[in-house]
Design a protein around this ligand. Structure first.
Ligand code: GCV
Length: 643
């Protein structure tokens, strides 16, 4: 069996902390986890762990009893070159503090640290059975599930433990185990297969991570009732009884995640009920046990007529949910994808996120790279998330989000994420969810420092050169100016400009001989621009003020329209596609120079995948350029080859 990669927690990353004399005081499961981790590190690097108070002072003191204002997960670090003191009000704070010391590699740290939001969650789209189209993990690009294989639990608890440890170290504290598309077999996880969930929850618990489950809104019907109507008394009783059993088995169970009335999933619309009715039923039932319901807002018409330009998928979630602001219980988290469409490489923020002041809103990101290279392309996503969180081209999502959620990118691949460099996206999601103000390049430094301890400086320089701007590189060679999609329907890999143009999915670019883009203005289009608060509604409405990055998301523009950059739309398309493909080739060259600086298997995997990225980027370049040259008839001002 191939050895599993240690990702960002290799033994060497523990060298500094493992050579200290450490006192750990306090008790409880998480304190034991901390002490256990430290004992292992000290066993390797010559340090020592002492438990309890009294005795000789230690050079690292970890204790409970810190200021209550630190909250359930915060911690305070003080000390000098010789002695460090870590205090927390609760054991979870000690766990986070320990990992902080690890990533700061023994440099003195001072300060108090608390997460920006109380829940930082990963959603797994893992199936129990292998789905005939979607496989073991829906939109998974890293092999099979860590939890199930071909209908049975894997019970590789050592691997799940290593995973839980990785997640805890970057600040994740909740996971949903199974796909939001809950099929027949998976519906049993809530009932007669609950034991499998309990086993996994036991592992995650040791790292301060609560376990949640995706459930089907039609679960009562799947288990014998003739309705799932949220206002039906028997339906409520069914959920009460089922949920009581869940908590009897898993006392710290997190709650339910629901995709309802979305892409064919069952939901309250079947019974003429609202999404507030549906979510509140589950919320009430869970509230009795301290649980929450994550209710997804990804509700749109996936059977629309492409001829009808009045229907706009980008408005759908806003139109469905804003009338219900204030109607959801306090333990409902409305989980909204970061953009109004579907995890494209470039979208504006979803207008819904900033339009629900009376609702707990969770922002959903996609760490799995469905539309961003499928873990065959290097695409470091932290700069994209950071821009959305801090509001580079729109409202700052971090200012309104009650929590952050992301779709996981791991599998049973020896490198966890298929592409070894995609590990950085998982790490970065956790870190930005903890602190959305972090600089993505600094997060990359942390990840690289932990992953490649004591590697030569030139490796870190190369990783920055390859990864820092890789999201923009990916954007350059794929769909231009925020128009989105242009991928192969179904699997979503590689270019197919018109692949979705005449389909019912609501994902169009409207290119014709004169121009391209979707008119979402209030003046002449779908009105989506007007759903944003000031100043963004006006900014997006005006083709002259709209950021170039979103120009074709909000406007149908003539090819000769001059962008804010001073370049025409058509020339921008040519220039960025030539540049993006060249940049991908540059990444491959830079990595080739790194032979010998990283373990051979990791080097080789990245080398192979970069070859595929270069091939794919060229294909994107040539198909997009050829398509728009043929549509517009406008030649490239620089006379480069277009087919
Ligand atoms: C889990 C997109 C993906 C689907 C996914 C869906 C969702 O449409 O292609 O695979 O389903 O989003 O987020 O529910």
């Amino acid at each position: 069996m191939t050895e599993v990669d240690a990702a960002w927690l290799p033994p060497q990353a523990w060298r500094a902390i493992g050579s200290r004399r450490i006192r750990v005081t306090g008790s409880g499961l998480l304190v034991d986890t901390v002490a256990g981790e430290l004992r292992q590190a000290c066993g390797r690097f010559g340090g020592e762990v002492v438990r309890g108070t009294g005795g000789e002072p230690c050079d690292l003191e970890m204790s409970l009893g810190g200021d209550e204002s630190l909250g359930p997960e915060g911690y305070a670090l003080t000390g000098d070159d010789t002695r460090t003191v870590l205090r927390a009000a609760r054991p979870h704070g000690l766990l986070h503090g320990m990992f902080h010391l690890l990533r700061s590699d023994d440099a003195p740290v001072h300060g108090t640290f608390r997460p920006a939001v109380p829940r930082r969650m990963l959603d797994h789209w893992d199936n129990v059975d292998v789905h005939p189209v979607m496989g073991q993990v829906e939109r998974g690009y890293a092999g099979g599930s860590l939890f199930w294989r071909a209908g049975r639990p894997r019970r590789d608890l050592a691997r799940v433990t290593a995973y839980a440890r990785l997640l805890a170290s970057c600040g994740i504290n909740a996971v949903a185990l199974n796909n939001v598309n809950v099929h027949a077999t998976e519906a049993h996880l809530l009932t007669d297969r609950l034991g499998e969930v309990a086993e996994l929850a036991g592992v995650f618990r040791r790292y301060g991570i609560r376990t949640h489950l995706s459930v089907s809104f039609a679960a009562p019907v799947l288990h014998g009732l003739d309705t799932a109507d949220p206002l039906d008394v028997w339906v409520r009783r069914w959920w009460e009884k089922t949920t009581a059993q869940v908590y009897a088995t898993i006392p710290d169970f997190g709650g339910y995640l629901v995709k309802a009335d979305s892409e064919g999933r069952p939901g309250p619309f079947t019974y003429g009920r609202s999404h507030a009715d549906g979510a509140n039923l589950l919320a009430d039932v869970l509230a009795a046990h301290g649980g929450v319901v994550h209710w997804r807002a990804f509700v749109y018409n996936h059977r629309q007529d492409w001829r009808d330009r009045g229907v706009d998928r980008a408005r759908a979630a806003f139109d469905h949910f804003t009338p219900h602001d204030g109607a959801f219980r306090d333990n409902v988290v409305l989980q909204v994808k970061h953009g109004p469409m579907d995890f494209q490489a470039r979208e504006p923020a979803s207008p819904l996120i900033v339009a629900m002041p009376e609702t707990q809103v969770g922002v959903e990101f996609q760490v799995t790279q469905e539309y961003t290279g499928q873990q065959r392309h290097v695409c470091y996503l932290a700069p994209m998330w950071s821009a959305l969180l801090t509001g580079t081209h729109g409202p700052a999502l971090a200012e309104v989000a009650a929590e952050f959620v992301a779709v996981a990118n791991v599998g049973d691949d020896p490198f966890w994420t298929g592409h070894p460099l995609a590990q950085a996206n998982l790490y970065a999601f956790g870190r930005l969810a903890w602190d959305p103000e972090l600089d993505p390049a600094a997060v990359l430094d942390e990840w690289a420092g932990l992953t490649f301890p004591r590697a030569p400086r030139r490796l870190f320089d190369a990783l920055h050169a390859i990864m820092d701007d890789s999201w923009r590189t990916y954007e350059r060679y794929t769909a231009p100016l925020g128009v989105g999609f242009m991928v192969r329907p179904g699997h979503h890999y590689g270019p197919d400009v018109d692949g979705y143009e005449y389909t019912p999915w609501g994902t169009y670019h409207h290119a014709d001989r004169d121009g391209v883009g979707v008119d979402r203005t209030v003046a002449s289009g779908t009105g989506c621009a007007g759903l944003y608060p000031k100043p963004w509604a006006q900014v997006y409405e005006s083709p002259d003020e709209c950021p170039d990055e979103l120009a074709l998301f909000f406007h149908h523009l003539p090819y000769e329209h001059v962008l804010r950059s001073g370049v025409t739309v058509i020339q921008h398309i040519y220039d960025t596609h030539f540049a993006g493909a060249d940049e991908a080739a540059g990444m491959r060259e830079r990595w080739a120079e790194m032979a010998g600086t990283v373990p051979a298997a990791k080097f080789e995997r990245v080398r192979e995948l970069l070859a595929e990225q270069v091939r794919s980027a060229r294909e994107w370049r040539d198909q997009i350029n050829a398509y728009f040259f043929r549509k517009s008839g406008v030649p490239d001002a620089k006379g480069r080859q277009i087919y």
